[in-house]
Structures are given as C-alpha cells and as structure tokens.
Design a protein around this ligand. Structure first.
Ligand SMILES: Nc1nc2c(ncn2[C@@H]2O[C@H](COP(=O)(O)OP(=O)(O)OP(=O)(O)O)[C@@H](O)[C@H]2O)c(=O)[nH]1
Ligand SMILES: [Mg+2]
Length: 456
C-alpha cells in the first residue's frame, strides 16, 4: 500500500536526554538526505539498513543539531515501511525544530497511533496486536503488561485463527452441499464437525468469561472496606496505604463519602475504597454516604468486612453481615490491641478472618497476603498460560460469534434448511474476523477450494 511519509516526535514532550523524531514511509530517506550530513560523508541513500549514523542536521546552511540517525529499511520494520529515527539532543525546542524541518522537507505530521495503524494496514500486526501495543503503553502493573505482551506475541490472534479454521471447515462442507446438490451429499453436518462446533463454542464461552478477570487485571480489583461506623475502616485504609489519607476520629460517622486509592499487591492493581460506616441515620449527608457504601458493597470484587473485636456483635453489624456475599468477603477483626469481646463462632458466612490492629499496624502484611490469595483463587495467577481477554470490543465480537453458533445448533435441532446454517456460519466468521480486524468473504472461497477437490 502507498501512503504519505509521516513524522512525529516519538519521545515524551519536555526536556530529556534525547528526543526522537521518527519518520515512516517511502520518502523517509529522501527527506533525510535534504537535512542530514553524515560524518561519513556517505550519500544518505547509500546508508545501510539497521545502522546508526552520526552527523548533523542542517536547515540550509544553519546547523540545527548534532544527531544519531537510525535507518531501518522496508519491509522488516515496525510499519513495514522505511523508517528513520533522528536522535536529537533532548531539548523540547531542538526536537521541535528538527520535526518542523522534516515537515518542511515533505513529511506529513502523524496522527496519534498512526505508526501502529500502518503496521496494521501493512499487515505486520493484526488488530489484537495493535491493541496490545496501546495496552502496553498504558499498562500499570506487571500482570497487565504480561497479558499485553501475550497478545502482542499474537496469542489471541492465533486462537481466533484456529477457531476460524474450524468454522471454515464446517462452512466448506455446508457450501458444497448447497452448491452441488447433485453430488448427493445430503448429510446436513457430519458428527465430527458438530463436535468441533461444540468445542469452538466452549472455547469462546471461556474467552468471554475471562473478560471479568482480564478487566480486573487491567483496571484493578475493586476492594471495598465496609462496616458500621467507628470500627476502624479509614484507619485500615491509611494503614495499607502507609499514609494519612482518610480522616480518622473517634466520632462515629466520620467518613461521609467513598475514598478511592490505587495500591499494588504483588503486581496486581487494587482499587481500595473506604466507605462511610453503614447505619440508620437522620443526617441527610451521612445517609447519602451510607447508600453509596451499600452500592459499593454490591459492586466490589472483594469486600473487607470490618468488625471491632473489642465490642460485642451488634444489630448494625448483623445488618451488614446479612447483605454480604460469602464468596467475595474477607472478615477483618480490628482493634486486637484491646481486650477481645467479639464472638465470631456463628458468623459462618465469612470463611476467612484476619486479626489486625489498624492503629498499631499489626496484621496488615497477613491481610495483604490474604488479599493476594483471594486473587489467586480467582485464577488470575495462571493468566500467563491461559488466554484472557481484556478488551470489551473482543468480548462483544465473541459474544456475537457465540450467538451465531447457538443459532446453528438450533437450526440443526429444528431441522431447518441448510442455507440458514450457512448464514449463521458466515455471521460467526465475520464476528471472529472483527476481533483480528480482517473481514473478507474471499477467505471462505479460498478455503473451500483448498480443502475440496470440487472438479472431481
Ligand atoms: N485501639 C484501637 N483503636 C482503633 C483501631 N483502629 C481504629 N481505631 C480508632 O477507632 C476510631 C474510629 O476509627 P476510624 O478509622 O475513623 O473508623 P471508621 O470505621 O472509618 O469510622 P466511620 O468513618 O465513622 O465509619 C478512631 O478513634 C481510631 O483511632 C485499632 O486497631 N485499635
Ligand atoms: Mg471512616
């Protein structure tokens, strides 16, 4: 494909050790030759690929900068086009000046993401990989970065292509039956293909279900600290953050609004939310806070249910206890620096209790380990082996595929005509192709002819 030659500053704006002006396109070397004088006195067009070249940038006779220029020639480059990277001294003004000179010499300013877009359009990356590049740039923790790297390597693309191949096999069969009825193939879909179809559906279901986990890894696990007033929720938040983030007082009803902070537990981001103590109250402001706490209790991926171990279990505690979900709660017995009064023997809904003193920072490490174990039990740890989707676009395309496959089963069950199956198969293939970004019905034809010897 032919495109304009584009250019942009590829390093962050501001002052730094170096600033890089990057060019991509057929004219990259031509443009470079107008402004760059290599120390080697070589003609720029004769510079070898994958070399770094020392020299100077000139605007006419005016010296602009002393630079190192990397030259990478098509097709083995990020964009599959000729790429030139000019390493300037890292001042903002100098880098900007070199960019302007490059633009004046014939390049077009690149749109955001345009280099990666070219990598996609020129077939070096599929869409899932291009998206992984963006995720990598925004990745905040080791785990989310390792997921993005898996996708950049092409794991999702490979899986999608594998599923597509199976669907194409089925489609090839169906199309032969439809196009050549005289061949006498009247069996709707052979048993082994039906089994394959079920496998495809199961794989897609797992991928769709992995999204919640993927989202947790990418965006963080929402962890709500919940309990009645004064049990030490805000103290716990501060203790985990190791800073005085939330106001702590001995007055019940101190926290009025939710307070969110991101922490990182062994590479997994956690969005810690301190909430207003839940109780019945006439105070209008406090009541809004209490409603928000209840909402958070429902929405959170993990709930830290805090009790004051120096006091008896109260009706207010009971009410919160009744509304928590057993699978996503860790019980916190706070204030163990004081004499213990609380009896938890009957609170069987909570499977795990951790004793802490938020005031004296006792038990916080144990709690962090327990939170990590909770995440492990959610199987996030083996994310390196399993394919996990983190992208809502992929999720909705896969859901469409799943629906189409379910329609196929329905058609078979109801004994409806074959052409309906062909339509749903095409839809399934289209939505799979949406994931990787290449939709083409040419695919289907090629596949039919490569697998079947129709002329015979
Ligand atoms: N002895 C002792 N006191 C604590 C502990 N944790 C918190 N406190 C005290 O308990 C009181 C309430 O603490 P907060 O952290 O404000 O409690 P909260 O649950 O956020 O209360 P609300 O925001 O009103 O819902 C404060 O006086 C804290 O100093 C602890 O581990 N031991
Ligand atoms: Mg509080």
């Amino acid at each position: 494909m032919m495109f304009d030659t584009i250019a942009a500053i590829s390093t962050p704006r501001g002052e730094g050790g170096i600033g890089i002006v990057r060019l991509s396109g057929d004219e990259s070397l031509g443009i470079l030759s107008k402004i760059f004088k290599p120390k080697s006195k070589k003609d720029v067009k004769d510079i070898k690929s994958y070399t770094i070249n020392y020299g100077h940038i000139y605007d006419g006779d005016e010296l602009i900068d002393e630079v190192l220029v990397s030259v990478m020639k098509a097709p083995n480059t990020y964009t599959r086009e000729d790429i030139v990277e000019i390493n300037c001294h890292g001042g903002y003004l100098i880098t900007q000046k070199v960019l302007e000179l490059v633009l004046k010499s014939g390049a077009k300013i690149a749109e955001p993401g345009e280099f990666t877009r070219r990598a996609f359009l020129n077939g070096r990356l599929d869409l899932t990989q291009a998206e992984a590049v963006i995720d990598l740039i925004h990745g905040k923790t080791d785990k989310s970065i390792s997921l993005s790297l898996n996708n950049l390597r092409g794991d999702l693309r490979d899986q999608i292509n594998h599923l597509k191949k199976i669907l194409l096999d089925v489609a090839a069969h169906v199309n032969v039956v439809l196009d050549y009825p005289e061949e006498g193939v009247d069996e709707p879909i052979p048993e082994h293909l039906i089994i394959e179809l079920h496998n495809v559906k199961d794989t897609i279901t797992k991928l769709v279900e992995s999204y919640d986990k993927g989202k947790m890894i990418k965006e963080g696990i929402k962890t709500a600290i919940v309990g009645k007033p004064n049990v030490g929720k805000s103290s716990l938040l501060n203790s985990i953050l190791r800073e005085e983030r939330a106001i702590v007082t001995s007055i019940a009803g101190t926290t009025r609004d939710t307070i969110e902070e991101i922490i990182n537990i062994k590479g997994i981001p956690l969005i810690m939310v301190d909430t207003a103590g839940i109780r019945k109250t006439q105070d209008e402001v406090e009541n809004i806070g209490v409603q928000k706490s209840k909402k958070m209790l429902k929405e959170a991926d993990l709930v830290l249910f805090v009790l004051d171990s120096s006091r008896d279990f109260s009706d207010e505690d009971r009410e919160i206890y009744d509304s928590i979900e057993s699978e996503k709660v860790i019980g916190i017995l706070n204030k163990i620096d004081m004499e213990k009064k609380l009896d938890i023997t009957n609170l069987t809904k909570v499977k795990k209790w951790i004793e802490i003193s938020a005031l004296e920072n006792i038990g916080i490490d144990t709690l962090e380990n327990e939170i990590y174990n909770f995440i492990l039990s959610e199987n996030i740890e083996d994310s390196s082996e399993k394919l996990i989707i983190t992208n809502i676009r992929h999720k909705s395309a896969l859901e469409k595929t799943k629906k189409s496959i379910e329609n196929i089963f329905e058609t078979i069950d109801m004994g409806y005509p074959m052409d309906l199956i062909a339509v749903d198969l095409n839809d399934a293939l289209d939505s799979l192709s949406e994931v990787t970004g290449e939709i083409s019905s040419e695919d289907l034809l090629d596949h039919i002819f490569s697998n079947f010897c129709v002329g015979k």
